[in-house]
Design a protein around this ligand. Structure first.
Ligand code: GAL
Length: 976
């Protein structure tokens, strides 16, 4: 970091602390937008109605556009009423000044689709995102901007942000709810250490705010996010709704499950279900799950922690499959939305419900509103608990599973004429169809439910009569859950039909509340209910059943007054689980071509020192580098690569020599004397997401080859003889090293501080060696706060992002002293130097490589020419393209196999199906295949292209169905 920016950064950190009263507040909507979106301490108010926000984190950048609707509908069916997203900068401005808001990048279309589905949107506009996305969302071209730091007040960065915002924000603004769109909230920045909520610590924040507002931002917004965590409600017992709060409690990132997962279990469902109930029981105004559907990092969009799959263990899996956590979150969401008139208006009423149960191991937290109360029975313990619920002198037994939170409804107005006095049972959701009010409840077979209603008009029992007791206008329902089919209990009062549908937990999971043409239905039976349409006087329902489901139940369709039962055909006995591949072809050694002596690289980008990937505007994770070399004497050489990443394959005159990690020292063995062409193929696995980073990005996580590279004959010796002396304080560094009179010995790697806080001087001598003068000293792994001196002159670590740096020694007087001032800021921690500095000596055989050509990209994966049969026994050790075809029998049939490319036997690389880049392998999460979105497949022949950087053979590659995610689809048609 340059001195000036360092100073700025320190000031900024200090100001962060001063202003660092981080809050969870929200800037209010403008007057024009307030009618449409507003809030008070208890809840959000959307179009004048108190609304509990159940939001699903989804990135459109991780889903092909053709599947957007499918994924959003799955979430809508689970009761979500909102979608939260990031608008990755490098997804929309991959090349400087060239914006892409079309096709898969069409944010406007995504927001409109959300609106069409009747949901709201929370848009997180950046400019920083994180999200395990390549470079945290920064475009690669930002790497090549000088004098710029990200996320701090500086005109240079703000200039680029503004240009992006000029395109982005109007799309968001036009889709705000007050303009008839879906957007209700906006987040600026993301997890910035200095400003959360409405904290505006510096000019950078003020700038973002001013810019967004000037571009039409009118709905409420905030900085950085609200209450991020995997258990955002925590374990407190206090309600969230302190009446002095300006806005409801909300979390923009409730992490479920985590990015290193593929799939999740019932245990995760129970755990995250409980954490969700805690938000509801303590008075939250809503929550957003990050992620509700993770999706896929197609192409080169992943960061260094991920490869293609961003499954996240989320409710809706990578292929759109539904996990146990989906059904759990559906139960949470349906409840919160069914009772939002209570929850979003309520205050804490815990003290009123103290005597509802006498068991002290189970807590009761309660919410009270004009529309009714909800008391939550909360069993925080690891074992089941049975309690007696006391209401109106009755004692009703309830068994709570370990960790379960069960809401008990009190005095809830189902309609102006009918009140639920109490309901001691698990309520899935409420339905209203014309004059029919339905409560869908569930419980294990053999367990009981107790509900009492009071009606304004005379009561007439309709079904399940034996379970009711009527006394005047008070109706008491006591039922025992039955395992098999939905049981219906109903009565009429005036013109209203009050209906209770009692289900076992499995059927509750499979119960849906869709709407079509303004009519609502309650449908029980299918594992997923997708599209619903009315055509030719028929109700058409698209139902999914998983291949692995053992038993298919009938489908029960409840309309206003009746239920229709449809028996489904048994599921197919067998499914095709693998698609046959043809013969493999290879594309004659592109690698060899770029590595050969006579390859024409004159059109490649020319430079003195090596330029990091992206310098030629290529966005892939591959780049070739070439340079001519003249070797004076034969022998083994070391290619000293100080900066870049992540892997390099070195070729000399077209022959592969070795593949190794960069940065690092790569041994180039047995170089003969004379002229050669050195070619290096580099590949990386994703850039760092730059979490909590506020500096220059110029050389940050550079990929490919970057900076000065030395081809060295003799390995540089390391400095091992060190002496040590105490230093008084940090000020001592300013006056330079003292005379090393009473020094003691120090060994690299030792704790110089004896685990105490303090300051030390460490010193070693540099001398000539075998008559060769030292050229430079290379230092890496210095602890923060260190200062390096050569013969008393100090050197700062240059701001080039490399893990280490060279200090030139050609003009110093020998012997020279290398002194390092080190500090240990924390007691209990070790301190000192862990890596011995290396001295690079002048050597007539060494070559500083300063005549480079580079070109990004793997070559042309789509080209149809140059392919030939892959010889049976050939083994490549260089990047190689392979091609094959596979036949897809049908893409529209009623069985939806979720096809994946299993990459067994391959090394590192990318895979394309019909020209679509599926992302990188190997995966970093527990799955051994890449997902092929069904929308990219065609009936008949499909092409498969693999680029394996290591040249591994594709013989074991297969196209297989992911059994657990594949499903059969039935369209059920019912006469209306
Ligand atoms: C948060 C960040 C998200 C994502 C998440 C982990 O800190 O805001 O963008 O990276 O962590 O998945």
């Amino acid at each position: 970091m340059k001195k000036s920016s360092l100073l700025l950064f320190c000031l900024f950190l200090i100001s962060g602390l001063v202003y660092g009263q981080q809050n969870d507040h929200i800037f209010p909507a403008t007057d024009a937008a307030k009618k449409y979106i507003d809030y008070d301490a208890q809840g959000f108010i959307i179009n004048g109605k108190k609304t509990f926000l159940v939001s699903a984190g989804v990135e459109y950048g991780r889903i092909p556009r053709q599947l957007w609707r499918d994924r959003l509908l799955r979430l809508k069916r689970a009761g979500f009423n909102c979608i939260e997203m990031y608008t990755f900068w490098n997804y929309h401005e991959p090349h400087e000044g060239q914006f892409d808001f079309t096709g898969d990048h069409d944010l406007n279309a995504f927001l409109k689709l959300i609106k069409q589905l009747g949901m709201y949107a929370i848009v997180r506009v950046g400019p920083y995102y994180c999200a395990e996305w390549d470079f945290g969302g920064y475009p690669i071209w930002l790497h090549f901007k000088e004098n710029m730091v990200v996320r701090q007040p500086n005109a240079e960065f703000e200039k680029y942000v503004d240009r992006f915002f000029d395109k982005l924000i109007p799309i968001v603004s036009n889709n705000q709810i007050n303009h008839g769109g879906s957007v209700v909230l906006v987040q600026l920045e993301n997890e910035h250490s200095a400003g959360w909520g409405t904290v505006t610590p510096n000019d950078y924040f003020a700038h973002l705010q001013k810019k967004a507002v000037s571009l039409g931002l009118q709905v409420p917004y905030f900085f950085s996010g609200l209450h991020h965590g995997n258990d955002p409600a925590g374990n407190g017992t206090r309600a969230f709704d302190n009446p002095t709060r300006p806005n409801p409690w909300f979390t923009t990132e409730f992490w479920t499950v985590w990015y290193n997962y593929y799939n999740s279990t019932q245990k995760d469902a129970d755990e995250f279900g409980r954490r969700t109930w805690k938000i509801i029981e303590h008075g939250g105004g809503g929550y957003n799950y990050y992620m509700a559907h993770g999706g896929t990092n197609f192409g080169y969009t992943n960061n260094d922690e991920m490869a293609a799959s961003y499954d996240y263990g989320a409710p809706v899996g990578q292929t759109g499959d539904l996990r146990p956590i989906y059904y759990q979150f559906k139960a949470n969401a349906l409840f919160a939305r069914s009772f939002e008139s209570v929850l979003s208006n309520a205050t804490d009423a815990t003290s009123n419900y103290k005597s509802m149960i006498s068991d002290t191991g189970v807590h009761v937290y309660a919410r009270h509103s004009e529309n009714g109360d909800i008391a939550f029975l909360d069993n925080p313990n690891k074992k089941e608990a049975t309690v007696k619920v006391n209401i109106n002198d009755q004692q009703m037994p309830v068994t709570l599973a370990a960790g379960e939170i069960m809401p008990v409804i009190r005095n809830f107005k189902l309609s102006p004429q009918v009140t639920v006095n109490y309901s001691v049972t698990r309520v899935l959701g409420l339905g209203k169809q014309g004059n029919t009010h339905t409560m869908v409840i569930y419980g294990q077979s053999g367990s009981n439910a107790d509900i009492e209603f009071s009606a304004a008009n005379t009561v007439r029992l309709i079904s399940g009569k034996q379970a009711f007791t009527v006394s005047g206008k008070t109706v008491n329902l006591k039922l025992i859950f039955d395992e098999k089919a939905p049981a219906v209990y109903s009565f009429k009062s005036g013109t209203l039909l009050i209906r209770v549908i009692a289900l076992n937990p499995t059927l509750a999971n499979r119960t849906w509340f869709p709407e079509v043409n303004g009519k609502s239905y309650i449908i029980t039976g299918p594992e997923y209910l997708g599209n619903i349409a009315v055509k030719n006087n028929q109700l058409q329902l698209t139902a999914e059943h998983y291949w692995e489901q053992k038993q298919i139940t009938p489908v029960w369709v409840f309309n206003e007054s009746s239920v229709k039962t449809v028996n489904l055909k048994p599921k197919p006995a067998k499914h095709t689980e693998e698609l046959t591949l043809g013969k493999w072809q290879t594309k004659d050694t592109i690698a060899a071509a770029a590595a050969t002596i006579n390859f024409d690289d004159s059109k490649w980008l020319k430079s003195t020192t090596a330029l990091q990937m992206g310098a030629d505007n290529d966005l892939s994770c591959y780049a070739w580098y070439r340079t001519p070399i003249t070797v004076k004497s034969a022998g083994d050489y070391i290619l000293k690569i100080r900066n870049g990443g992540d892997r390099a394959s070195v070729f000399v005159d077209g022959h592969h020599i070795t593949t190794d990690k960069v940065p690092g020292d790569i041994i180039v063995a047995q170089l003969t004397a004379g002229k050669h062409i050195l070619a290096v193929f580099t590949a990386h696995s994703g850039r760092n997401k730059l979490y909590d980073y506020y500096g220059s990005v110029q050389y940050k996580d550079a990929k490919g080859l970057c900076g000065e590279i030395l081809l060295q004959k003799n390995k540089s010796p390391v400095l091992t003889d060190w002496k040590m002396m105490d230093a008084a304080d940090r000020e001592a560094a300013k006056s330079g090293p003292p005379a090393f009179t009473n020094a003691v010995n120090y060994k690299i790697g030792d704790d110089a501080f004896d685990k105490k806080r303090g300051y030390k001087w460490l010193q070693a001598m540099i001398t000539a060696q075998n008559g060769n003068a030292p050229k430079s000293v290379y230092i890496k792994g210095l602890p923060a706060g260190s200062v390096v001196f050569v013969n008393g002159k100090s050197f700062e670590k240059p701001e080039d992002g490399a893990p280490g740096f060279y200090i030139p020694l050609n003009t110093v007087t020998l012997p020279a002293t290398l002194t390092v001032f080190v500090e240990n800021t924390r007691a209990g921690r070790k301190g000192g130097l862990n890596i011995a500095p290396e001295v690079v000596y002048e050597h007539p055989d060494d070559i500083t490589l300063n005549n480079w050509r580079m070109k990004g990209g793997p070559g042309d994966d789509k080209s149809l020419t140059g392919w030939s049969a892959l010889p049976a026994d050939i083994i490549y050790n260089m990047p190689e393209f392979y091609r094959n075809n596979f036949n897809v029998p049908s893409v529209t049939s009623n069985t939806h196999a979720m096809w994946r490319v299993a990459f067994e036997g391959l090394g590192h690389g990318s895979i394309w199906v019909n020209g679509h880049n599926l992302g990188r392998y190997p995966e970093k999460v527990p799955v051994n295949s890449l997902y092929i979105p069904e929308c990219w497949l065609v009936k008949g022949a499909n092409s498969l292209v693999i680029y394996d950087e290591d040249g591994n053979r594709p013989d074991k590659v297969k196209i297989v169905a992911e059994r657990a995610a594949s499903r059969d689809v039935t369209v059920i048609k019912l006469k209306l």
